[in-house]
Design a protein around this ligand. Structure first.
Ligand code: DAH
Length: 343
């Protein structure tokens, strides 16, 4: 019996010694200590051993098992540490390696200006609505107090799709759509706003983006417009910027104004940007003409409003020193990548 146990033990120890992986080690364990293992078989055979010999044989069996288990545990540790070492080597990260840089893109300057304006207007409590690129004659002109024979139509001589439908020449139709859907108080900006006109030179393009604004409430006057604009230009161009209003004409506002900002480059001293005047024209605005409000069913005895329309390319050109509007549409990454002004 002793020899048999010695034989099992030395075979097991040799097998454990040479096992190259966890799998082989498990196989050895099963073959020796498992249910059908050799040592287990010896233990089962204990009943046939004479009772007086049992303690001694039991001791031998235990010794053999302990030796095998100890060897097994050592080997397991060794194999695990080898596996870990291998992982460390294969998954090694060299933190001193130069990073793989990926070129970061930026938003188009017009999109940046749009986002900035939306942020500013939203902070003043304006709701943002959408505009349409195709309008019919009524929304684009007639409802804006510009009937078919009105000379103001000539300025926006444009792209008709049919007798009645045309590519929107201005975002002002959004005023009418909004008032048809909603009763005052109204405080909205119409997000751009692609508009189309037969206009083409260094500062004009047949397609450009506008943002329209409309406020209708009790007691709204030109002062409210001026106050709102002053706040707007400070946030957009810097806190020293102010505005001035010049009389103008739009069929849908009365009175109508052109809004100038104090030149944010020379602070009013006169420079190339402001053509020596200290002021730069940025947008059109006015007090909403009663005819427009009444056409939309707004009671003008109770309510009044102001409106404005701003060209986004114009703001982008001023803010980023772009002197030709075409640069904004040529998609030249060398130009566009220079302008990254996300607030
Ligand atoms: N729609 C005008 C244009 O395209 C801009 C404008 C002027 C809009 C005055 C307005 C406004 O809402 O009140 O030239």
């Amino acid at each position: 019996m002793k020899d048999r146990l010695q034989e099992i033990k030395s075979k097991a120890l040799a097998q454990i010694e040479t096992a190259e992986g966890l799998e082989t080690l498990n196989e050895v364990r099963d073959a020796i200590l498992g249910k059908k293992g050799e040592l287990t078989a010896v233990l089962r055979g204990m009943k046939d051993v004479a009772p007086e010999d049992r303690p001694l044989v039991g001791q031998w069996v235990n010794e053999a098992r302990d030796a095998i288990e100890a060897k097994m545990a050592d080997k397991l540790k060794l194999l695990e540490s080898q596996a870990l070492k291998l992982r460390y080597e294969t998954e090694k990260i060299d933190v001193t390696m130069p990073e793989v840089t990926r070129k970061k893109g930026n938003l188009h300057p017009v999109t940046q200006v749009r986002n900035q304006l939306i942020d500013i207007f939203a902070s003043m409590g304006f709701e943002v609505v959408e505009t349409k690129e195709i309008e019919n004659d009524y929304y684009n002109f007639t409802a804006l107090n510009t009937p078919a024979d009105h000379p103001a139509r000539d300025m926006q001589d444009t792209f008709y799709l049919s007798e009645d439908f045309l590519l929107a020449t201005q975002t002002s139709a959004a005023q009418i759509h909004t008032m048809e859907k909603k009763n005052p108080p109204i405080k909205m900006v119409a997000a751009p706003g692609r508009v189309f006109r037969s206009d083409d030179d260094a500062t004009h393009s047949p397609m450009f983006h506008q943002m329209e604004g409309l406020v209708v409430d009790k007691g709204i006057t030109l002062c409210d417009l001026k106050g709102m604009l002053d706040e707007l230009v400070k946030k957009l161009f810097g806190k020293d910027t102010t505005t001035r209003l010049r009389p103008s004409y739009f069929p849908f506002t009365e009175p109508s104004v052109e809004v100038d900002v104090s030149c944010f480059q020379c602070k009013g001293a006169g420079c190339k940007l402001c053509k020596g005047t200290g002021w730069i024209e940025v947008l059109g605005a006015g007090v909403v003409n009663n005819k427009v409000l009444e056409g939309c069913g707004v009671d003008t005895k109770e309510y009044s409003g102001f409106a404005f329309g701003v060209g986004l390319e114009r703001i982008a050109m001023l803010k980023y020193g772009i002197n030709n509007i075409k640069m904004l549409f040529e998609s030249d990454v060398r130009v566009l990548s220079q302008i990254d002004d996300e607030m």
